[in-house]
Design a binder for this molecule. Sequence first.
Ligand SMILES: Cc1cc2nc3c(=O)[nH]c(=O)nc-3n(C[C@H](O)[C@H](O)[C@H](O)COP(=O)(O)OP(=O)(O)OC[C@H]3O[C@@H](n4cnc5c(N)ncnc54)[C@H](O)[C@@H]3O)c2cc1C
Length: 400
Amino acid sequence: MNIEFSAEDEKFRGEVQAFLAEKLTPEMSREASRTTTVFADKDLAMRWQAILVEKGWAVPAWPVEHGGTDWTPSQKYIWGQECAKARAPGLIPLGLRMLAPVLFKYGTPEQKAEYLPKMLSGEHYWCQGYSEPGSGSDLSSLKTAAVKDGDDYIVNGTKIWTTHAQFADHIFCLVRTDPKAKPQAGISFLLIPMDLPGVTVEPIITIAGDHEVNQVFLDDVRVPQSYRVGEENEGWTAAKYLLEFERGGGGAAPRIHESLAELKSIAGQELNGSRPLIEDPGFAAQISDLEIRNTALQFQELVTLDRVSKGGSPGPASSLAKNTSVEIDQAVNTLKLEAINYYGLPHANMISLNGYNDEWVGAEYAETVTPRYINSRAASIFGGAKEVQKNIVAKVVLGL
Ligand SMILES: Cc1cc2nc3c(=O)[nH]c(=O)nc-3n(C[C@H](O)[C@H](O)[C@H](O)COP(=O)(O)OP(=O)(O)OC[C@H]3O[C@@H](n4cnc5c(N)ncnc54)[C@H](O)[C@@H]3O)c2cc1C
């Protein structure tokens, strides 16, 4: 495998760098680098999305006729690398990177025409209604019921851990349309506008003090059957397809690479006795180990990008990529917390009920370390828990 980028790729890199230098303001970049939650702040992400849409670079992975680019896999990767290096805000993936591939594969022409342009323009903001109380890892046991009534379904049930539901105007939901069939066979994939009567959203405040997730209640919500994606009772296939993109469709390695660079910078400034921490062989070895693992992840992601660019999907190996990226990211956050030592404490009381301390204590880089450390723990759970990904890898990838 040739691991060098070609001269043409490097020329493209220059074009990307020039664009970022012109359009990504220092304020946006600073705001993005201070993000401690899973997704960037919605307003920031939407501002950046509008700039990218104008340039035609918001959704490189989409088909060109829908607003995507004709970039090669390595160009797409370079785009990710340069955005991470410049600290560009991440776009919210729920619509653009998760629902969109499902609509391309399973949506009707009318659904594509209705939803894709509005997703791109930001007119529609989506959230994901998969999990329910009691149905997370065992997702196919979900109980939210959609019962036919004329041309509509009447939907009753509840969805939980719904990220950004407080901002969303649409939710893509898995609903049970055949309670008698075996669990996976009775599920349909439904698009639900959240302004329909009977939809309510209740906040859930996490241990990190953030409001990212919610519980969504669906009480006698009347949804036209034309809002169903794919055939009735065949939603499980679309649901699994979406999860491949959620788990391993993006490029995590460039972002982790930048986080490792930040760790090295912190360890160069923090002291271990009288010497910079980075000179401690044990600490430096841990960083090197993570760099090697992240390089391996980068190659895996390039292979996935190549597959997706040829019309495929990330496949079950996305479960492996998800676990690997989460493990490395969490380990980097742990080392950062070790490096800043007691300067992590003032920000640790973000997890107490008394609110958090806005007083500036220690170096500026220390402020986001603790909240990020805490928030990154959730990554072993969302998108499918770590143990469940291991089961998938054992069964589907290794054939055990
Ligand atoms: C921050 C965050 C954001 C989220 N956002 C969304 C969202 O937007 N939309 C959405 O639909 N969901 C969302 N989720 C929910 C997420 O998908 C579920 O939490 C996840 O699938 C796990 O389900 P559960 O919480 O019910 O845990 P459980 O399924 O009850 O699992 C509990 C523990 O048991 C283990 N376990 C379960 N089954 C097995 C098994 N077969 N073998 C081995 N171990 C097992 C799990 O690994 C886990 O450690 C989010 C979760 C978090 C934390």
